[in-house]
Design a binder for this molecule. Structure first.
Ligand SMILES: *Cc1c(COP(=O)(O)O)cnc(C)c1O
Length: 393
C-alpha cells in the first residue's frame, strides 16, 4: 500500500466510525440549523453591516431599495415592496386591494394563522375552504361554494414550499371578479409551471422570518406585484402614508423593513437557488431511505411543480407517539400545524365547528415535519431514518 492509499483507507475507516457514531444516537439532529448557515456567510455579512453602522443608515437605507429590485428580478415580478413581516405583507396587500369591513376573503383552513390574521385585521371576514389531501393546499373544487356576494379575494397558500393549483384558482377568480393574493411565505423560489409563485396573482406575499427558505436575522417580509398601482399603495401604507417626510396622504402604519435585514437578505438571496436545490436533494434522499419504513406516508409532489421543501412533512396515524420517541432519540421534529384555523380559539367568532373541514382536521392529527435545511447532511438524514424506523415499531 502506498502512502495515499493508506491515507484513503484511514479516512474511510474514520468516515465509517463517524457514521456509526451518528447512527448511535449520540449526536442530536436539530430541526433547523441556522448557525451552520451563518458560519458559511459570516465574512460577507460582517462586511455588509459595517457601512450601515458607519453611516447610521438604519431606516430605508440603500440596501432596502437594492434588495427590492433584486428580489423582484429574481421572481420575475415588476415591483417589490419590502415590509416588516409576512403578516404585514398579507395585511397591507388586502388593504391595497381595497378590502375592509363587510367584505369576505377565502383562504385554506390548513395554514399558519397569519393568513387569516391578515384578513381579520382589515375588518373583513375569513371564509375557510378545505384542502386537497395529497398536496395539503386549498382544494380549487371547493372554492366556488364558499363564494358569496361579499367575497372580494382568494388567498391561496403555497404550503410547505409547494405551489397551490393556481390555474383553476385564477380561473374562478376571473369569473367572479375576485383579487388573488398569494401567501408565498413558505415558497420562495417555488414554481407553478413556468412561473415563480408570488407572481401569478395580483399580489404575492413573502415572509423573511429567520427559519424560512430566505430568512432575515430578525423580522422581515415583502409583497411583489406586476401592478405599480398596488405596489405604490403598499409603499404608502408601510411608511405612515407618506412619500415625502411630514406629508401624509393617507393614514398608514410603520411596517418598514430595516436596512440591516435588507443587507443580509441581499447576501442570502444569492444563495437561494443553491439552498433550494440542496433541500430538493435532501427530499430525494429522504424518499429513498424512508420508503421501506411501514406506517408512514412520505410527501407527494404534483406534476409541473418545483417544490422548495420549506418543510418535509410525512404523515402517520401514530404521529404523537412517533414525535415523542424521535425526541427521546434526539431527533427534533415539528408539527405544521397541530390545530386548523377554524378550531383555534381566536377564530371562534367565524362560527365553524369540528368536522367542517375534515381533510385539514385529519392532517393536523397526522402530519410530522422532519429536519429539513440546506446544510442537512446525508449522515444526519441516516440518523433521522434510523430513529424513525425505531419509533414506528
Ligand atoms: C411564516 C408565515 C406567515 C407569516 O410570516 P411572518 O413573517 O412570521 O409574519 C404567513 N403565512 C405563512 C403560510 C407562513 O408560513
Amino acid at each position: 500500500m502506498d502512502n495515499s492509499q493508506s491515507q484513503d483507507s484511514a479516512l474511510m475507516q474514520l468516515a465509517n466510525e463517524r457514521k456509526q457514531e451518528l447512527l448511535c444516537d449520540e449526536i442530536p439532529v436539530p430541526f433547523l440549523d441556522l448557525p451552520a448557515q451563518f458560519r458559511n456567510l459570516k465574512i460577507e455579512i460582517d462586511a455588509a453591516l459595517e457601512p450601515i453602522f458607519a453611516n447610521a443608515g438604519f431606516i430605508l437605507g440603500p440596501d432596502v431599495s437594492k434588495f427590492e429590485r433584486e428580489f423582484a428580478a429574481y421572481l420575475g415580478a415588476k415591483e417589490c415592496v419590502s415590509l416588516h413581516s409576512g403578516t404585514a405583507a398579507l395585511h397591507l396587500a388586502l388593504l391595497a386591494c381595497g378590502i375592509g369591513p363587510g367584505d369576505e376573503v377565502i383562504t385554506a383552513a390548513n395554514s399558519f394563522v397569519a393568513t387569516a390574521e391578515g384578513i381579520e385585521f382589515t375588518g373583513a371576514r375569513t371564509k375557510l375552504v378545505d384542502v386537497d389531501p395529497k398536496t395539503c393546499n386549498i382544494d380549487p373544487s371547493k372554492i366556488e361554494s364558499a363564494i358569496s356576494s361579499k367575497t372580494k379575494a382568494i388567498i391561496p397558500v403555497h404550503l410547505y414550499g409547494q405551489a397551490a393549483d393556481m390555474d383553476p384558482i385564477m380561473q374562478i377568480a376571473r369569473q367572479h371578479g375576485l383579487k388573488v393574493i398569494e401567501d408565498a411565505c413558505q415558497a420562495h423560489g417555488a414554481h407553478y409551471k413556468d412561473r415563480k409563485v408570488g407572481t401569478i396573482g395580483d399580489i404575492g406575499c413573502f415572509s423573511f422570518y429567520p427559519g424560512k427558505n430566505l430568512g432575515a436575522a430578525g423580522e422581515g417580509g415583502a409583497i411583489v406585484s406586476n401592478s405599480s398601482e398596488l405596489a405604490e399603495r403598499v409603499k404608502l401604507l408601510r411608511d405612515h402614508g407618506s412619500r415625502k417626510k411630514y406629508e401624509h396622504e393617507i393614514v398608514g402604519h410603520n411596517f418598514r423593513l430595516d436596512t440591516i435585514q435588507a443587507a443580509i437578505l441581499r447576501i442570502k438571496l444569492r444563495q437561494l437557488d443553491v439552498w433550494n436545490q440542496a433541500r430538493r436533494d435532501c427530499a430525494k434522499y429522504y424518499a429513498q431511505v424512508l420508503s421501506s419504513i411501514d406506517g408512514i406516508e412520505i410527501p407527494s409532489i404534483g406534476n409541473e411543480l418545483e417544490h422548495v421543501f420549506h418543510l418535509y412533512v410525512i404523515r402517520s396515524a401514530a404521529r404523537d407517539e412517533i414525535q415523542s420517541k424521535m425526541g427521546a432519540l434526539k431527533v427534533q421534529c415539528g408539527i405544521h400545524y397541530p390545530t386548523p384555523i377554524h378550531l383555534q380559539k381566536a377564530f371562534a367568532h367565524l362560527g365553524y365547528k369540528n368536522g367542517d373541514f375534515p381533510v385539514s382536521e385529519v392532517l393536523c392529527n397526522t402530519v410530522l415535519s422532519l429536519p429539513m435545511f440546506a446544510e442537512l447532511t446525508r449522515l444526519q438524514q441516516d440518523r433521522v431514518a434510523a430513529a424513525l424506523r425505531r419509533s414506528v415499531s
